[in-house]
Design a protein around this ligand. Sequence first.
Ligand SMILES: [Mn+2]
Length: 270
Amino acid sequence: MKSCITLSLVSSLKGGPWVLWDNLADGFKKAAEFGFDSLELFTDGPKAGAPNELHNLLNQTGMGLGAVGTGAGKVLNGLTLTDKNPDIRAKAISFIRDMIDFGAQYNAPAIIGSMQGSHGEQVSREQAISWLQQSLEELGQHATSRGVTLIYEPLNRYETNLFNHYLDACELLDQLSTNGISLLADLFHMNIEEDDIADSIKKGSKHLGHVHFADSNRRPVGNGHTNMEPIAQALKDVGYEGCISAEAFAWPDPLTAAQTTIDSYKKYFS
Ligand SMILES: [Mn+2]
């Protein structure tokens, strides 16, 4: 497994669940000093820093790019894959394609979380899921053509009403013809929704592609009441080799949060 820490370059979303903030070079320097293997980026679009800066930082630090988040497509641009407006759906697909291409340059998958949207008064559940399936088919094929996977993230009930449970998302993937999609096990969302997080990870391990590592209150692991031991054991038992990525609040501050996270990573995974 690989330790991974989130870095957001979107200052307007300060207070969101990312550990490091604002500056690409500083973020890489700090993450490398703490000993993280990789870094997950949250950007406002398919670019980060000056031309070649990301490439150079990856080379200089020896770190990997763990993933790139697409949430800005929704939060900043109002784009989702299940909007009633076909122009917005098309723009959402285009945004995610660009993010897949961006990440693929560095062998990193893109993550679809909030851009999946929700069903509601004007879009039935059946319709929203149909649009989501079509989008995942197309984007999964695109990711495969770029040599990466695309990661789909089930979210808790307060953030989407499409797929809240990990194993329901596994069924969604089983129905697709593309093999280009894998799933994100976000331990904060799962803490709200799952009966047994470790059991869901074991049962759905074939689709597991990424882990968001946060405690019950979305603070760095060690600050809440999630029982991490059986979850870590499940990840070891299924032979998971991907990122354990801290998508957590910078609580009480970014550097303390990074230290708590790497300490917890070592405690549970090394
Ligand atoms: Mn997440």
